[in-house]
Design a protein around this ligand. Structure first.
Ligand code: TRP
Length: 338
């Protein structure tokens, strides 16, 4: 055995990706792809997105391109990473069916992330079966590629635990075929970028996000509307740095830590206005996201190229998962025809 890592991760195409995705996972993926010891598979999880969008497939389909644009714009390189679309790999659905027999309904009911989503999406008694079992399908995604590392946010830990249980169950029931994966969590403090309103995590449903695709003007307006310290009314007033989104974002995105400390001290003492710190934050964000936006705009002019990247990636992903599926069927003794 060599010490190559195989990495699989993905995103549901239910909207464009935002700065929370960038610090929480996109940046880590780009860094991982530069290490030749790593093999990287990045999946647009449209099948999973459909589990709660069955009546709205156009929304999912249209966002496949959007997510792919975000991937390429941040620097994921099709020469180094395999970018693919989940629905184009039927082997994943097959694996899901075999794994489903190894997981009890009660076990699925205990998944805290699924529980929270059922609550939040207000399914009531109408939870779609496909949604309920998506942790099993996620185990298929991960194991089909024999991934040992899965970079994800905290909320995905229960999916990794479920996958580990399936791997153990499969390997002990049949034969040692599947690889036990490990979650790679975001760097400290990067896992939960709050929204510009300071109300919880940046998310599409809360409408508090800054998107990679946002124009310079939109980004500027969003920063200017950011939640700061509601008691900091006059420039001379002493202000709060904690819970102030401008400083929260400067801590995450700013490079010049010493200057940011100076700004914080000045703000605490009074005499530093919100507009000044917001202007500085705009400069800081533009330094990273300006070039990403420019690349995204260029790529958006050629959607055929972007879709061809996904198509080629999907072909490669299919080969890899077909191999695993064949091993799975052999281990189960259901590979009837040579
Ligand atoms: N559940 C992930 C999300 O909501 C998306 C996803 C699907 C995924 N399959 C995966 C992530 C496999 C990591 C590995 O963002």
């Amino acid at each position: 055995m060599n010490n190559l890592n195989t990495i699989l991760t993905g995103d549901r195409p239910t909207g464009q990706l935002h700065l929370g995705h960038y610090v929480g996972s996109l940046k880590t993926r780009v860094a991982m792809q530069e290490d030749v010891e790593n093999k990287l598979f990045i999946m647009v999880a449209d099948v999973q997105a459909l589990t709660d969008n069955a009546k709205n497939p156009e929304k999912v389909a249209k966002n496949v391109l959007q997510v792919a644009l975000d991937y390429l714009a941040v620097g994921l390189d099709p020469k180094k990473s395999t970018l693919f679309v989940q629905s184009q790999i039927p082997e994943l659905a097959e694996l899901t069916m075999y794994y489903a027999n190894l997981v009890s309904v009660n076990r699925l009911k205990r998944n805290p992330t699924v529980k929270a989503e059922i609550e939040q999406k207000q399914f009531g008694e109408g939870v779609p079966t496909g949604f309920f079992i998506y942790p099993i399908s996620q185990a298929a995604d991960i194991t089909a590629f024999k991934a040992n590392l899965v970079p994800v946010g905290e909320d995905q830990k229960p999916m990794l635990e479920q996958t580990q249980e399936i791997v153990h169950s499969f390997n002990t029931t049949y034969r040692e075929v599947l690889v036990n994966p490990k979650a790679v969590l975001p760097p400290k403090g990067m896992g939960r970028l709050p929204g510009i309103d300071g109300n919880g995590k940046m998310s599409k449903s809360l409408g508090n996000g800054i998107y990679l695709a946002d124009s310079a003007d939109t980004l500027k307006k969003k920063v200017m509307s950011m939640y700061t310290d509601p008691n900091h009314i006059h420039v001379e007033d002493p202000g709060n740095v904690e819970g102030n989104m401008v400083f929260t974002y400067l801590d995450v995105f700013g490079e010049d830590k010493a200057y940011i400390e100076e700004l914080k001290n000045h703000y605490r003492q009074g005499g530093l206005g919100d507009v000044k710190i917001k202007r500085y934050l705009i400069d800081v964000l533009e330094a990273t996201f300006g070039p990403i936006r420019a690349r995204r705009e260029e790529l958006a002019k050629d959607p055929e190229y972007v879709m061809s990247v996904l198509q080629q990636g999907s072909e490669k992903a299919r080969e890899v998962s077909a191999q695993t599926l064949s091993e799975v069927k052999q281990a189960m003794g259901i590979q009837y025809f040579a």
